[in-house]
Design a binder for this molecule. Structure first.
Ligand code: ADE
Length: 403
């Protein structure tokens, strides 16, 4: 990930980003942090970049031209760095016989990067401002899919509206309070996004699944000693029974969310995954499930017992059906789900042959399910595609659950 930060205080960005895990990530080449000093583009002898607001009022406003030039400079550097990276990839391709790496157009296609009108990549230019949607984990994950980000930090009362209209693609706030400038917001965004860049976190620093992703706060953590200031570690954590521990952690996560952030709980969901058909489906089901939620169950829907029992899913449950090849020949779709019922709010997703989507949609709607979408499953090895699908499902589930 390459960051280009347009700011009046580049030292502030360098200080924060050069420390701890992010400093290490930059040294090791997983991220790069480039700063563009907006003052370098001042058109005044005094090197000032602000002026009085039209219409009067308190405070100063940043002038459009220096901001415009700074953003253009950042975009140009981003384009040069991208080209250099693509050349490096192409050279590696040639050395590896053209098979190992993906360069240029194919890479863009795979990564889902957006193109501008002239066919080039449209780099996102993010303006940090309190007048915007507040950054959350889903937005962070989405931004982490980009190869580069330009961040624009304002000061004083703000920036002339016209240059924002001309250059900014995204407006992001880090919370409902007003800071003295956008630099801390930019640093927060870069910190959160960098955690998703492969290689930035070591294994012992990252959990495969993050607190917040299924709208639950994380369960409490404990380490040695077993007793501290008379307080004991919860006994279940010492049992070694992983099933029980997971159950306890889920209950703690729900209780903590209920107590501290009941607003989140309203939008959370419990994921039930049913796979049926081939073994391949089982593998994919567990892979996808793990990327959508850290909790919930994965069940084998080939089992007669399960097919025969009546399963009613509550209204905050998300059903994920993963159908393996040849499953229909085994038990017809309608038969298999004869006993699966949902209420209006329950959400379903089927991963199988896309052409059957319409038929299944109607069938599931009759049983009270709302189909989020239907997608052909890929192989579990294709992590990029699986990650994108999981994020898409999660976003839709959270949205439909009342966001
Ligand atoms: N600049 C000033 N306040 C801000 C906030 N809350 N988020 C992002 N940028 C800001």
């Amino acid at each position: 990930m390459r960051y280009y930060v347009c700011t009046l205080f580049p030292d502030m960005i360098r200080q924060i980003m050069g420390t701890s895990i992010l400093g290490r990530a930059e040294k090791n080449g997983y991220i790069s942090v480039n700063t563009v000093n907006i003052r370098d583009f001042s058109q005044k002898k005094s090197m000032r970049v602000d002026d009085y607001p039209y219409g009067g009022g308190a405070g100063m406003v940043m002038e459009p031209e220096p901001v415009y030039q700074a953003v253009q400079s950042a975009l140009q550097r981003a384009a040069e760095d991208r080209k250099a990276e693509d050349c490096g990839r192409a050279a590696a391709d040639r050395n590896a016989g053209g098979e190992q790496r993906t360069a240029g157009a194919d890479r863009i296609k795979e990564s889902g990067e957006k193109k501008d009108a002239s066919g080039g990549i449209r780099t996102r230019v993010i303006y940090l401002t309190p007048q915007a949607r507040v950054l959350d984990q889903t937005m962070v994950e989405e931004l982490a899919r980009e190869k580069e980000l330009v961040l624009l930090c304002g000061h004083y009362e703000g920036i002339d509206e016209r240059v924002l209209q001309e250059t900014v693609t995204d407006y992001v706030s880090i919370g409902d309070y007003v800071l003295t400038g956008g630099e801390l917001g930019a640093a927060v965004l870069m910190d959160a996004v960098s955690r998703f860049v492969p290689g930035v976190l070591h294994n012992d620093e990252s959990s495969q699944f993050e607190s917040m992703q299924d709208n639950l706060l994380e369960y409490p953590h404990f380490t040695r000693p077993e007793q501290w200031h008379g307080r004991k570690v919860p006994p279940v954590l010492l049992t070694g029974d992983h099933g029980k521990i997971e159950e306890w952690r889920y209950q703690q996560a729900v209780a903590r969310t209920q107590e501290r952030r009941p607003d989140l709980l309203k939008n959370s969901f419990v994921l039930h995954t049913f796979w049926y058909g081939s073994q391949e489906a089982e593998e994919y089901a567990s892979c996808l499930h793990g990327r959508i939620s850290r909790y919930g169950e994965i069940q084998n829907y080939n089992r007669n017992k399960l097919i025969r029992s009546r399963n009613v899913l509550g209204n905050q449950e998300l059903l994920l059906l993963v159908e393996g090849a040849g499953a229909d020949g085994d038990v017809p779709f309608e038969e298999r789900f004869r006993n699966l019922y949902g209420s209006g709010k329950t959400l379903a997703w089927i991963c199988s042959d896309g052409s059957l989507a319409e038929k299944k949609k109607e069938f599931l709607a009759d049983r009270g399910f709302r189909l989020l979408g239907c997608s052909r499953y890929s192989d579990a090895e294709n992590t990029e595609q699986t990650d994108r699908l999981a994020l898409d499902i999660r976003k839709k589930a959270l949205h439909l659950a009342g966001r």
